[in-house]
Design a protein around this ligand. Sequence first.
Ligand SMILES: Cc1cc2nc3c(=O)[nH]c(=O)nc-3n(C[C@H](O)[C@H](O)[C@H](O)COP(=O)(O)OP(=O)(O)OC[C@H]3O[C@@H](n4cnc5c(N)ncnc54)[C@H](O)[C@@H]3O)c2cc1C
Length: 398
Amino acid sequence: MTTDCDILISGGGIAGLTAAAVFGAAGFDVICVDPAPPITARDVDGSDLRTTAFLQPAQELLERCGLWERLAPHAAPLQIMRIVDAGGDLPEPRLIRDFRAADISDKPFGWNLPNWLLRREMLAQIDGLANVTFLPATATTHLTTRESEARVALSDGSLVTAKLLIAADGRGSNIRKQCNIGVKTWRYGQKALAFSVTHPTPHNNVSTEIHRTGGPFTMVPLPDLDGQPRSAIVWMEKGPNIQALLDLDVTAFEAAILERSANLFGPMKLIGRRSVWPIISQLADRLNGQRVALIAEAAHVVPPIGAQGLNMSLADMTCLLDLATNAPADLGSAAMLRKYHSTRWPDLKARVSGIDMLNRVSMATNPAMRDLRRLGLKTLHGVAPIRKLLMKAGLGAT
Ligand SMILES: Cc1cc2nc3c(=O)[nH]c(=O)nc-3n(C[C@H](O)[C@H](O)[C@H](O)COP(=O)(O)OP(=O)(O)OC[C@H]3O[C@@H](n4cnc5c(N)ncnc54)[C@H](O)[C@@H]3O)c2cc1C
């Protein structure tokens, strides 16, 4: 059986599902496929316990496609980004600097939401769009392209032809490999532990990044749980240290997070599981193939610093959406996809390089390097125009 559509999306992770909602709302006929069953509850095996902080431009895209209305009631606003240097002899703060959203805009920097809940709401949104079909338990297998279309074989034996194939099939993208697009990968020997906690001291909508060694320890606000302040934490460390933290029983683990959080929020209570994520940086050599656009982790991967990963992916989608709606007849044409590559790639390259550098600085074990890091933070924060420029760049301004 062969089905025709405007856009086939390979991958129904958060990026692929968002793309399905975005292009569906714009009136395109969309099919999205993913071999994995979507997990839409928190307390079940395999649920994605990470959270995503959507920055201002990402929120605008979610609003434009109607998704924001569903997400807003569950979102915690981020008004202040607090950077703490705890790189001295003792695990305690020796420099604290705040970056305030109010200095550059009348909106929060962003809004934080749990990933499992994003999947639930995105699937519900897609379900209400007659022109979008989501096929779980189905993978893209073989790709052939010609000037006029992409022809994609699916794992259920069917064939789809599309004017545009969007590859949102993750860092090991099958579509990217079939297009013979190479990647450059940076490895750190580092992993991230993601989990949630309640704590006695309120977070006051402040996102706090604490630097000591091994990588940042980042606490991002979530809405209160049963009247208790709650935060999502990402703790980055060398791989063997993450394994040792995972092996600790809950009491010992809670003692370890209290120390690593420099006791800024009081004793923390772990909620649910701890999950581990490998950390790399990666950038595809190009974002376009014949009738193919790479987006999200199929195109770029960064360590979770400054909430950039998925926000860069939503910027990919905004760019593609603008090109597609400005000239619908050119959907998937070589000219459209060349423009997509030339618009997005320089910004992606700069962000991947910048985050790579920040991660290496945060990993520093040498005391002299840690002192230099503290001085760098103090200096950059102390000059108001630079501070504002950094905040705007973090939000996506180029
Ligand atoms: C600890 C942590 C915290 C993070 N926090 C933030 C944050 O606060 N803000 C932010 O912006 N970003 C954040 N990120 C980054 C963000 O989570 C990722 O960018 C995002 O989850 C990746 O989404 P994706 O859809 O590109 O990839 P994936 O989630 O990997 O999805 C790819 C999908 O493709 C499917 N697939 C694979 N092969 C095929 C095939 N052949 N056919 C069809 N489908 C296929 C897979 O089953 C999968 O569902 C964080 C990352 C980590 C590790």
